[in-house]
Structure formats: structure tokens, C-alpha cells
Ligand binder design. Structure first.
Ligand code: SIN
Ligand code: CO
Length: 389
């Protein structure tokens, strides 16, 4: 499967999609993706749901919606072997962190900023199954992989939208749908944050890939920036009195201005970029084992000379970079900042932008020792690996 990002979503160019729909309104895109094969087989998806490090849920649509049963993973073999005369859905989160071909599929969405990409959730449903009417706070592309699903699109919601009484599912009490689509394999539906939607499988073996895009809440921005900055600020630095009225309980306007200045002093382009680079690349699953066998320079040079295979970003690894005021590039990977020597920037930009480099085409970006050293650091931490394809 190619790692090239999409240039078209069905008949829409990426530019048209971004101008007219992205973060604005839902759109159904027919034949958006040409699948050669399924991204994952049902038994492999079920196998992932048994693993303790994988987030999964089984939702059983038995009886009244308020009684729908949710079982959180790790699931057990018996959960799949049970005979059921009612519909059910298996949902597995972050499948791109575990399965290389699903990670490759995520790369098709690099036409959007890669720090916005969250994960691919894959659901497998039996005929009639659904997770109920709800809204997400993410942008999401819902792509039909196999079978058929009917989608209904409703109103824009908010935190004030009334929810049903269910202790595990956030389902809307009122779902005012006004558009309906049946998706076939290769069709996709883009849904902006807060837009109500409901999908119901209308075939057996209905597989949906949800490509989710996160965006930090304002509250998160403020708390995580403040947390990051406070690490570097000496506890000896204290607010200076700004001039006060004796014998007064007042917090003066000058005090408030002094506090605001103290905060403003921290909001520099360098500080914000450093914090956001680290924050936005924090691992989704920090406990994921990425260990690769350590490689030395001689082994790396021999791979480059053989000019065979590809260098890949490891599944589950988040990369981003920023150019700082002085012209230097900082690479962010799994929440760490790695300042990059100028001779290594071409390599770092190439791998962070493309996620995959053909070894036989890598020579121009890996000509010098600094680039090779950077590659070895990233490889030996398990962030990159060599593969046949
Ligand atoms: C599903 O795949 O069943 C649900 C996806 C969603 O509505 O977010
Ligand atoms: Co949803």
C-alpha cells in the first residue's frame, strides 16, 4: 500500500474539501478510497481486543437502548464465541499503533497537519448493530471497509445537549437527523466535531474505519502550557508588589497587570512551540514497547550501500518539528524535543513529512555524519525501523 497522502476525496480536490467542508459541515464522499484488500481481518481485530495494551469495547444491542451492554477490553475468547440473537459491535481503538498496513492507511490523511491525527478506530458489526446517536469532539472520517452501514446526520450539539441515562454510553436524548446515507466499501463520510450522528450496520460483517483528528481544548492548552513552563521557572522568582494602597483589602488593577505581565512574559514563540511540539507528540500509548536492536554506524552504512528496503516510522510514534527563530530545527518525538544539527535537517524533515523513505532514494538526505547519527538515535530508541517494504 502506498504511503502517499490523498490528493482527492472522491470528486473533491483536497483544496475544495478544506475550503468548503473541513471543520464546517458533513459531506458524504462516494468511492473516496480504492481498497485492494481489507486493512485487517476480523480474527486479527478480535485478537487485538484480547491484548491488555489495546483499548477495545464490545457493545451489545440487547433490549432497550438504556440496557445496552458495554464490555471493555481486554476481551476474552468467550466474548466472541457466545451465541447471540441480537446485534453487537466490536470497536478497537488505535489500530494504527499496532498494525503496519493500518498505519500506512493513516498516512493517506497527511494532507491535514500530522499533529492533528489521532488514531484509527476499527469497528466490526453484525446486521442491525450500532453504537447509538451521539456526537464526538473530534473531526472524523468514517470509511466503509466492508459490508454496508446506514448513517444519519443530525444537529450540532454542545455540552448542554441532553444525554440518556446510561452509565457507559454518551447517547443523545434527542437526535434530530436530517440526512441519511448508505455507505458501501470505499465510501466515506466526514463529520465535524459536535455534529450528531448514528450508524447502523445494514449487512453482516460491517467494518468501519474511523480516522480521528484531535484538537486540544482551550483548558488543556492553558494547563499543559503552564505545567511545561513551570518546570523551567525558578521558585525564587516571585511576584513583585506593584504599588498598593495601605490598609486595604483590595487586589489592585496594578496587581492584576503585574500578574498578567508575568504570564505574558512566558508566551514567546519559542516557549509556545517547544511546549506544543512536546505536548502534541506525546505517545497515545506510552507503555507500547518499541525496542529495536541497537544498530551501529557500520551496520547503517551497509544497509545504505545495499540500497534495499524502506525506513519507516514505527507504528504508534508521533513526530513533528518546528523551525525556531534562530533558524534551527527541533524535532519532537513521543513528547521529547531533539534539537537537530543543521546538516541533519534535510533527513529529519523528510522522515517527519513522509513517514517512509526508500533506502535506495535516501542517499541525498543521509550524506553526512550528523544525519546518520540522528537516524541512529531515532532507530535505536525504536522510533524508526528498517523493513523490506
Ligand atoms: C462505529 O464505527 O460503529 C462508530 C463510529 C462513530 O460513530 O464514531
Ligand atoms: Co461517532
Amino acid at each position: 500500500m502506498t504511503m502517499a497522502p490523498l490528493t482527492h476525496l472522491g470528486d473533491l480536490t483536497v483544496a475544495e474539501f478544506i475550503a468548503d467542508y473541513w471543520q464546517q459541515k458533513p459531506v458524504c464522499i462516494r468511492n473516496g478510497i480504492a481498497f485492494e484488500d481489507a486493512l485487517i481481518a476480523m480474527d486479527e481485530l478480535a485478537g487485538l481486543a484480547l491484548e491488555p495494551e489495546v483499548e477495545s469495547r464490545l457493545i451489545e444491542n440487547k433490549g432497550d437502548i438504556k440496557d445496552w451492554q458495554v464490555t471493555h477490553g481486554p476481551l476474552k475468547e468467550v466474548d466472541f464465541n457466545k451465541e447471540r440473537d441480537f446485534p453487537w459491535t466490536l470497536l478497537v481503538q488505535g489500530v494504527d499503533c499496532f498494525v503496519p498496513q493500518v498505519h500506512d492507511f493513516l498516512a493517506k490523511f497527511r494532507f491535514l497537519p500530522s499533529w492533528r491525527l489521532d488514531d484509527i478506530m476499527i469497528s466490526y458489526a453484525t446486521n442491525g448493530a450500532g453504537v447509538g446517536a451521539h456526537y464526538d469532539r473530534y473531526d472524523v472520517f468514517l470509511i466503509q471497509g466492508e459490508g454496508q452501514r446506514q448513517w444519519q446526520i443530525g444537529q450540532t450539539c454542545s455540552e448542554n445537549s441532553a444525554l440518556m441515562a446510561h452509565d457507559q454510553l454518551c447517547l443523545l436524548q434527542d437526535f434530530e437527523w436530517h440526512e441519511e446515507f448508505i455507505l458501501n466499501p470505499g465510501d466515506m463520510l466526514y463529520i465535524p466535531p459536535l455534529v450528531a450522528h448514528q450508524g447502523v450496520a445494514v449487512s453482516d460483517a460491517c467494518v468501519t474505519y474511523s480516522v480521528g483528528f484531535r484538537s486540544p481544548s482551550h483548558g488543556d492548552v492553558l494547563t499543559t502550557f503552564a505545567d511545561e513552563r513551570s518546570i523551567d521557572i525558578s521558585a525564587d522568582l516571585r511576584l513583585k508588589d506593584q504599588g498598593f494602597t495601605p490598609n486595604s483589602g483590595e487586589i489592585s488593577a496594578a496587581d492584576v497587570e503585574g500578574l498578567m505581565q508575568l504570564m505574558r512574559d512566558q508566551i514567546t514563540p519559542e516557549n509556545v512551540a517547544q511546549w506544543f511540539g512536546k505536548h502534541s507528540t506525546e505517545a497515545k500509548y506510552p507503555a507500547l514497547d518499541m525496542a529495536e536492536d541497537a544498530m551501529d554506524l557500520a551496520e547503517l552504512e551497509s544497509i545504505i550501500n545495499d540500497a534495499y528496503g524502506v525506513l519507516r516510522v514505527s507504528e504508534g510514534v508521533r513526530l513533528a518539528y518546528t523551525w525556531q527563530g534562530d533558524g534551527g530545527l527541533t524535532l519532537f518525538v513521543q513528547g521529547e524535543a531533539l534539537p537537530c544539527p543543521p546538516e541533519a535537517t534535510a533527513f529529519v524533515e523528510a522522515i517527519a513529512n513522509q513517514w517512509l523513505l526508500e533506502v535506495d532514494e535516501m542517499a541525498p538526505v543521509i550524506v553526512n555524519d550528523a544525519a546518520k547519527a540522528m537516524l541512529l538515535i531515532l532507530h535505536n530508541q525504536g522510533y524508526l525501523y528498517f523493513a523490506d517494504e
